[in-house]
Write a protein of this length. Sequence first.
Length: 304
Amino acid sequence: MTEQMSSQTPTQMDDQKSRASAWFRELRDQIVASFEALEDSQTTGPTATLPAGRFEVTETKRTSDDGSDAGGGLMSVMRGGRVFEKVGVNISTVHGSLGEAAQGAMAARGVPGIKDNPQFWAAGISLVAHMQNPHAPAVHMNTRMFWTPQAWWFGGGADLNPCIEYDEDTAHFHAEMGRACDSHDPAYYDKFKAWADEYFFVPHRGRARGVGGIFYDDHNTGDWEADFAFTQDVGRAFLPAFVPLTEKRRDTVWDEGDKDKQLVHRGLYAEYNLVYDRGTKFGLTTGHDANAVLMSLPPMAKWV
């Protein structure tokens, strides 16, 4: 992480925050429209008789310890659709003062001066999709910007989580993530793929939670515009990476054995998110809406 705050005026930083927050909203709107279009186009298979799924949108609010406004966002969740059994696309823009636990976590990651001034601002988009058809892969995507008075950075990525793996699906997803990385730095993909492999590993199960993707955090090259552009391109790569896989697999015939595999895999996903996921921990410890934070959990899961 590079300290770059001295070269930015408060006005410049406020403008950058506004642009980042607006981008996450724009990306959210694009994804919601695309997913509802998938629902409308699902006219065959066992779920085709269901009503086409639509997102239920709820405004979320966050308050500081003194009761003052501390930001919020939109929680958009679709349940029981033709294609998506449950999918959430959340955005938030929050601010306030980090508690002692969060300060310690930030300091351990090398954020300078966080204990002297624990003020923060953060905005981002978080998406998790759990599918009706076990052959269609679940997916996660998140991108965000974080600011403190001493530093700023971007983070995020996307990873694919099939319960029934197809090598060509994995290759397609990684190729799209790779293109987003290569347009900015040819070293990014290998670096961020390896980071995802490490980050999305479930130690107590001794395995990855899926087939990976990319993950990055504390990303600050010293050039805010370049880092923001990269984060935007990661977001833009998501729909081309994921939607063709859904269109390919949503009509594949499945049986109860396939559904059982899906439910067991969802149990692994839930374990990871509740025990290890950094975003889940941050959201709960900073007082964000618990329903929005736990949106990622599957509607049904199974443990053997």
